[in-house]
Design a protein around this ligand. Structure first.
Ligand SMILES: [Fe+2]
Ligand SMILES: [Fe+2]
Length: 261
């Protein structure tokens, strides 16, 4: 069994008052094997915002896999955006935009779905299918858990407020072929957990920011084993300074893949 704490859309630069310490406390108390952060760590990719994000990550006493979101590209700095769109991310959060973390039971694979040429819309990285297949080939054990962390959801609902990710549907199929069990995303600032293509797709809302779309600030505590996934959503309602469990989704593995329990 592995426990993953899933944070998203922190948006340093536009924080909810008084939530950072409670969130760090909740992370420490959950004692996860890994913390996944699915993008938009900053509000406007400003140096002080990256610095604050770095300081936050440094206070997490667990391995962290973080990927960029559309807000982590310096939109207004035209030349920098053209020539070195990931320079700021690299400086503060690490050279690898698609980090991989492995232990004896699982592979956690970051995908960078942010497109520096677009203001907001994501794209499934062209090489991701081959990269995932190669990674799966390194550890062919069918019982190994494979988890993908990406900012943009690969599929969304018709009523969702933002443009769907380019190549998302084909990307989803590629992830399924590579034996992925669980995909952790953010971006819409809407919590969600569902089974699709034999995988579990889980989105967190915004863990810390005031960009809320009427939802609580939240994070997910995910427990995953070979045949069970439990996702407990922890929310902090507007004005409160504590996260508490507010919902749960469970899945089990059937012969054709993961299904809602
Ligand atoms: Fe966001
Ligand atoms: Fe986003």
């Amino acid at each position: 069994l592995r426990r993953i704490l899933h944070l998203s859309d922190l948006h340093f630069g536009r924080l909810q008052d008084g939530l950072t310490e409670p969130l760090l406390d909740a992370v420490a108390r959950a004692r996860p094997h890994l913390v996944a952060i699915s993008g938009d760590l900053t509000q406007r990719a400003q140096p002080d915002q990256f610095q604050a994000a770095r300081a936050f990550v440094d206070r997490i006493d667990t391995p962290v896999v973080a990927v960029p979101g559309n807000h982590d590209v310096p939109l207004g700095a035209i030349f920098e955006r053209l020539l070195n769109p990931w320079g700021r991310w690299r400086r503060w959060l690490g050279d690898d935009l698609e980090p991989v973390w492995r232990d004896g039971r699982m592979d956690v694979i970051g995908l960078n779905t942010a497109d520096p040429w677009r203001w907001q819309r994501g794209r499934f990285p062209r090489n991701a299918g081959a990269r995932l297949a190669a990674l799966a080939g390194l550890t062919p054990d069918p019982d190994r858990l494979r988890i993908v962390v990406a900012h943009h959801p690969l599929i969304q609902r018709r009523e969702d407020p933002k443009a769907p990710t380019r190549g998302g549907r084909a990307g989803l199929a590629a992830l399924a072929r590579a034996g992925v069990d669980l995909v952790l995303t953010g971006h819409l600032h809407l919590w969600r957990a569902e089974a699709a293509n034999g995988m579990v797709l889980c989105a967190a809302g915004s863990s810390l920011s005031t960009r809320l779309r009427g939802e609580d600030n939240d994070f997910n505590l995910v427990e995953i084993s070979t045949d069970h996934i439990t996702i407990v959503r922890h929310g902090a309602p507007e004005g409160s300074t504590a996260y508490a469990p507010v919902g749960e989704a469970t899945f089990h593995r059937a012969s054709e893949g993961w299904r809602s329990a």
